[in-house]
Design a protein. Structure first.
Length: 396
């Protein structure tokens, strides 16, 4: 079915010269064609049904783990889980090309927990680009291993080093951390890389974008050569290929990623008419009943903070997450949004990356994303797990 680039009609309204002059806001040299942002999902489209080849019981994994998966309510494997789990069990290096929302966390956690069950002395390192993602992985991990005497430690920046250091003195099987803090703890001899035989690099593309490549290289190069490496990325570029070549050995590649934006997300643009402000338009939307759990994206930390304050001033229940907040402030804001204590979360791209929050009704791009990749990541926060979501992009 041909895609309708709804944007184009608005594009004529605003006059092409304005976009011609717009400087790319992100990485230098990245040119954004706003027409690519919005391809309207076809109304009422039947969501494609995937038939997995495996049931969870088919994988050679411990019965207790199969029970834990069932208790979590996972009935059938998602495509990435279906395709990658057996390779990880066999001990191969893997490259998984998958977005958040694909079930990639369980795709690596399930076989790795099984590895720990087979050898309780096994130690595994998971490297993630953001604190939020690390915490999210840990939450999923803990929900699987309840009562199994398998332990994890989260080592991320912005939280007390002392507490992490004391946790590292106890027995653990899994460390989940961000590159900078991990490196710090390794240099303080709190983590001995030679004891880790398995490593997961999650969202490697983001790690690269955020400038963590050297810390990541330091970590990986300190690990045994015979380790198993699991490499996950949402996108593949020349830099990422180089990382794959450097860090993995004959990896099995599994891609479940489509370039197309999510079929579950209806997308549209909103042109801000003259005489109106983006804030007016946003407020009108937020007053509508269906806008019950809304993630709003702004470009800068300062802008995000200011917007959330203005929304609160207007009487909305809003929170914000961005890099100027410390870890506990961010976790608190996230918790309130997750539990519907606030209607709106205003976020920067970096802070919202990889967030897995159920039932976000709308994503609003208050400021344009810097790259197409960022657009995809933003709108992927809604329309998760076969639910429909809506993404709206403001154009002024
Ligand atoms: P992820 O891509 O790892 O961020 O996972 C996205 C969401 O899918 C999370 O809320 C998971 O709890 C959920 N999930 C993962 N695997 C399954 C599955 N096999 N069945 C149902 N939900 C799942």
């Amino acid at each position: 079915m041909p895609k309708k680039y709804l944007f184009q009609s608005h594009y004529r309204n605003v006059g092409s010269s304005r976009f011609g002059q717009r400087k790319p806001m992100g990485r230098p040299g990245v040119h954004i064609d706003p027409a690519r942002f919005v391809n309207k999902a076809v109304e009422g489209e039947v969501i494609e049904n995937f038939t997995p080849e495996h049931k969870f019981q088919d994988f050679k994994i411990d019965q207790r783990l199969i029970t834990a998966i069932a208790n979590k309510g996972y009935k059938t494997p998602t495509p990435i889980q279906d395709k990658i789990i057996s390779h990880i069990i066999e001990g191969s290096d893997v490259v998984g090309i998958a977005d958040t929302g694909s079930g990639k966390t369980a795709a690596f956690l399930v076989p790795l927990i099984n590895k720990i069950m087979q050898n309780p002395r096994e130690q595994i390192l998971i490297v993630a680009p953001t604190r939020e993602l690390a915490v999210q992985i840990d939450e999923e991990f803990r929900s699987f291993v309840k009562g199994m005497r398998i332990y994890s430690v989260v080592c991320v920046g912005g939280t007390s080093m002392g507490r992490q250091m004391s946790e590292l003195r106890y027995r653990y099987n899994l460390i989940i951390g961000t590159p900078g803090r991990l490196k710090d703890l390794i240099e303080r001899k709190m983590i001995y890389l030679s004891e880790f035989n398995t490593v997961v690099l999650d969202e490697a593309d983001r790690m690269f974008d955020m400038g963590f490549i050297n810390d990541t290289r330091f970590i990986i190069n300190g690990m045994p050569r015979g380790r198993q490496t699991l490499f996950f990325s949402a996108t593949i570029s020349r830099d990422i290929e180089r990382m794959i070549g450097e860090f993995t050995k004959n990896p099995v590649r599994i891609s479940v990623k489509t370039r197309d934006t999510s079929k579950n997300v209806e997308q549209d643009v909103i042109k801000i008419d003259q005489g109106k402000t983006k804030l007016d338009v946003l407020s009108n939307l937020l007053n509508q009943k269906e806008f019950n759990k809304v993630l709003v994206f702004g470009r800068t930390k300062h802008g995000v903070e200011k917007l959330s304050k203005m929304l609160i001033y207007k009487g909305f229940r809003a929170e914000s997450i961005h890099g100027n907040k410390n870890n506990s402030q961010r976790q608190r804001a996230l918790g309130m949004f997750k539990e519907n204590q606030v209607q709106i979360l205003v976020a920067t791209d970096v802070a919202a990356r990889g967030l897995d929050i159920a039932d976000i009704s709308h994503v609003i791009n208050y400021d344009l994303p810097s790259t197409y990749e960022d657009y995809i990541h933003r709108i992927g926060r809604t329309g998760r797990y076969n639910k429909r979501g809506m993404a709206l992009t403001f154009i002024d």
